[in-house]
Design a binder for this molecule. Structure first.
Ligand code: GLN
Length: 188
C-alpha cells in the first residue's frame, strides 16, 4: 500500500488525508524532516503560502523535500502548495521550493469574495466535468515547454504536471470527487 505524506504545517491537510484514504492509500501527517522518511508521495495543501514557506524553511522540511524530489519523490501541490512548487512568484520574495518551471501570481482572481466554483472538463479525468473550487487562487502566468498543461479555466492554466510534479490552482479536497487524487496516486 502506498504511503502518502500530507504536509501538515497549515491549511486543509485533514481534508486531503481523508480523500487519499478513500482512494485506498495510507496517509502520514508531515511536520518534521523525520516524517518524510517513508513516504511514496507528498501533498502540499492550500493555505497561506507565506506561512507555509516560513515553516518549511525554519524546520528544514523544505530542504529535505527538494532533496527527496531529486531522488524521485512525486509531489502534488494545491493552490498555496502550487505556489510553493513554483520557480517564480511574481512580485513576492518569499520562500519557495523552486521545483516547477512556472511563474505564478498570487491572489490573481481577487480577494476572498471573488472565490468561485466552476465545472470544467479535464481530459485526463474522463468525460464528466470536475467541480473546481477556487479560493484566492493563484494564476500561472507562464510555464516552460517542459510543463504539460492538463486544464485551463478561460486561458489560465489550472492543472499541470512536470515530471513527478502535479499542481492544481483549485481545491479538490473540498469536493467529494476522488478523480484528481486518484490521478496523482495512479501516476506515482
Ligand atoms: N492566497 C493564498 C496564498 O497566496 C493561497 C490560497 C489557497 O491556498 N487557497 O498563499
Amino acid at each position: 500500500m502506498k504511503n502518502i505524506g500530507i504536509l501538515a504545517i497549515q491549511g486543509d491537510f485533514k481534508e486531503h488525508a481523508a480523500i487519499v484514504r478513500r482512494c485506498g492509500a495510507n496517509t502520514l501527517e508531515i511536520k518534521t524532516t523525520y516524517d518524510l522518511d517513508s513516504i511514496n508521495g507528498l501533498i502540499i495543501p492550500g493555505g497561506e503560502s507565506t506561512t507555509i514557506g516560513k515553516l518549511l524553511e525554519k524546520s528544514g522540511v523544505g530542504e529535505k523535500i527538494v532533496e527527496l524530489y531529486g531522488e524521485g519523490l512525486p509531489i502534488y501541490g494545491t493552490c498555496a502548495g502550487a505556489i510553493m512548487l513554483a520557480k517564480k512568484i511574481i512580485g513576492h520574495n518569499q520562500y519557495k521550493l523552486k521545483l516547477m518551471d512556472i511563474s505564478v501570481k498570487r491572489n490573481a482572481y481577487g480577494r476572498q469574495a471573488e472565490s468561485f466554483e466552476k465545472e470544467i472538463y479535464i481530459n485526463v479525468l474522463g468525460n464528466d466535468p470536475y467541480r473546481c473550487i477556487f479560493i484566492r487562487a493563484p494564476v500561472v502566468e507562464s510555464a516552460s515547454k517542459d510543463v504539460e498543461v492538463l486544464a485551463r479555466e478561460n486561458s489560465n492554466i489550472i492543472m499541470a504536471r512536470q515530471d513527478n510534479l502535479l499542481i492544481t490552482t483549485f481545491h479538490p479536497e473540498l469536493t467529494d470527487d476522488l478523480r484528481i487524487h486518484e490521478y496523482f496516486l495512479d501516476n506515482i
